[in-house]
Design a protein around this ligand. Structure first.
Ligand code: FAD
Length: 258
């Protein structure tokens, strides 16, 4: 791939360009590895598109595209779909008014210092944090809906298979304990920190973006407290308000959109 100029960005903010790039990569690259989608994978795709339609705080044209994919899937009664048929919907946006998906990826907050670092996995984490926060604001029924869609998507499609296996172990251990929208947002935050902890110092770590227990004391001083014995302790209450603000639709920046 050609070298792209570095786009300056604010490390403590969320960018719509990363969320859209994650969508583009997942719909156009990751799913494309499956020429036929059926069974568990088809269920996973249905649930993924359905939570995006419900909770992705996207631009109207992008939401229209997701809705058109969703209604195509809903109306599709056969037990399998071909990726080619899905690609046609993604490509034929010119025929459906006011629908669009950006042409390619354009990473901003998820830029890496090397082409193989950050980008899509960073965008996927960010996307699902945003979705759990949106569901907390507007979700009506099932507090596990977003996490269960993420679990199924990752299990069926996420290209990094060892990541998918690790994530499945965490989900099977404790996803059942999630019974409120707040605990869903906190579950994803704490599991993401476990992954950060495991990967700190790994080859996959971008030296310019070290894995930390997030958010840092700089970003959220009140999130960090100390037990009587001097050990670090998170304030879940403060972390939750931090997540709700950091990943809220109103805080997402539109810089560098295509
Ligand atoms: P990321 O960890 O991708 O985080 C993206 C951004 O989210 C950060 O820049 C920060 O702003 C924010 N953030 C960081 N921590 C949190 C948190 N706790 N809560 C909320 N927001 C946070 N890689 C492996 O090598 N092995 C694995 O087993 C593995 N499993 C993965 C499982 C899943 C489901 C996903 C999506 C990715 C996985 N990866 C794994 C990739 C890895 O976690 C990182 O995404 C990748 O290394 C890029 O790291 P990054 O520096 O961009 O930060």
């Amino acid at each position: 791939s050609t070298e792209k100029p570095w786009r300056p960005f604010n490390r403590s903010r969320v960018y719509m360009a990363d969320l859209e790039s994650a969508l583009v990569y997942s719909l156009r690259v990751e799913l494309a590895a499956h020429s036929v989608i059926r069974g568990e994978a088809l269920t996973a795709l249905n649930k993924y598109i359905s939570v995006l339609v419900k909770y992705f705080p996207g631009r109207p044209v992008v939401m229209n595209l997701l809705k058109s994919v969703n209604s195509w899937l809903q109306n599709h009664t056969a037990s399998e779909i071909s990726y080619e048929a899905l690609r046609e919907i993604l490509d034929n946006t010119a025929q459906v008014p006011d629908t669009a998906l950006p042409e390619g990826e354009r990473w901003v907050g998820c830029q890496g210092s090397q082409p193989h670092l950050r980008r899509y996995p960073c965008g996927m984490w960010t996307l699902f944090h945003v979705l759990t926060v949106q569901a907390k604001n507007t979700g009506r029924s099932d507090p596990q809906e977003v996490l269960s869609a993420m679990r199924n998507y990752v299990r069926s499609f996420f290209g990094c298979r060892s990541c998918a296996e690790h994530f499945e172990i965490m989900a099977s251990e404790s996803l059942v304990e999630v019974n409120t929208f707040s605990s869903a947002a906190l579950w994803l935050w704490s599991r993401h920190n476990r992954v950060n902890n495991r990967l700190a110092g790994d080859l996959s770590e971008d030296p310019n973006f070290p894995k930390i227990q997030w958010p840092s004391p700089d970003m959220c001083p009140g999130c960090h407290t100390v037990k009587d014995n001097g050990e670090h302790k998170w304030s879940n209450e403060r972390v939750l308000s931090f997540l709700l603000s950091h990943f809220s639709s109103g805080s997402i920046l539109s810089d560098h959109l295509q």
